[in-house]
Write a protein that binds this ligand. Structure first.
Ligand SMILES: [Fe+2]
Ligand SMILES: [Fe+2]
Length: 199
């Protein structure tokens, strides 16, 4: 696919980021990022949000997803990246906290809302901005996900593109069920806070 990242006046930055991601990610993960970017933009458009922020956060959200756990941990420690104590033993979240740092310091993304959306894309959290909610949902429902054709997912995607406030609890219910299946019943602390705030 050509020119997938040419958005508005930031075409040059997006082209550079696209190239950097191709070098860092597996092909499957790269296309997941493209799918998340396109879905986040569609949600942003439908809800009057900043589409450039949505595109940046969607594209870069998994920029550290293919880095080994020990590399991520070293990077977190060396740069003083914020990692909540109750998530310190949960390696699957390292790429979210480290990813926000890398997006800012290596990709040059200086958009606090987009960086926050990268940080919360997987676990969610309480008090998410509309952009954070958009990226949380986009990561879950983008079209390259193996379950993307499920009716529930399609319903979440359709709803998100017209009413984010309705879609966030729907996506959260799906995510919580998925996380519980994956981790045998234990919800991530930030996801638990999100459940308390939104359901
Ligand atoms: Fe992720
Ligand atoms: Fe992702």
């Amino acid at each position: 696919m050509e020119n997938v990242c040419q958005i508005g006046t930031n075409a040059a930055a997006f082209d550079k980021w696209d190239q950097m991601l191709r070098e860092r990610l597996t092909q499957q993960r790269y296309w997941h990022c493209i799918g998340t970017m396109q879905t986040a933009v569609a949600i942003a458009e439908g809800n009057g949000l900043n589409t450039t922020s949505a595109a940046a956060a969607g594209l870069l959200h998994d920029c550290e997803r293919c880095a080994p756990t020990d590399v991520l941990l070293r990077k977190i420690q060396a740069n003083g990246v914020e990692l909540p104590e109750d998530e310190a033993e949960l390696p699957y979240v390292y790429h979210t906290y480290c990813g926000a740092w890398t997006a800012e310091h290596e990709f040059g993304l200086h958009d606090p809302d987009a960086l926050a959306a990268i940080r919360t894309h997987s676990t969610g959290g309480a008090n998410l901005s509309p952009l954070q909610q958009s990226v949380f949902i986009a990561d879950l429902v983008e079209p390259t996900r193996p379950y993307a054709q499920e009716e529930t997912i399609q319903e979440i995607r359709r709803t998100a593109c017209r009413d984010l406030r309705l879609a966030t609890p729907m996506a959260l219910r799906y995510k919580a069920r998925l996380s519980e299946i994956k981790s045998g019943g234990a919800l991530n602390p930030r996801t638990r806070e999100m459940v308390e705030a939104y359901l």
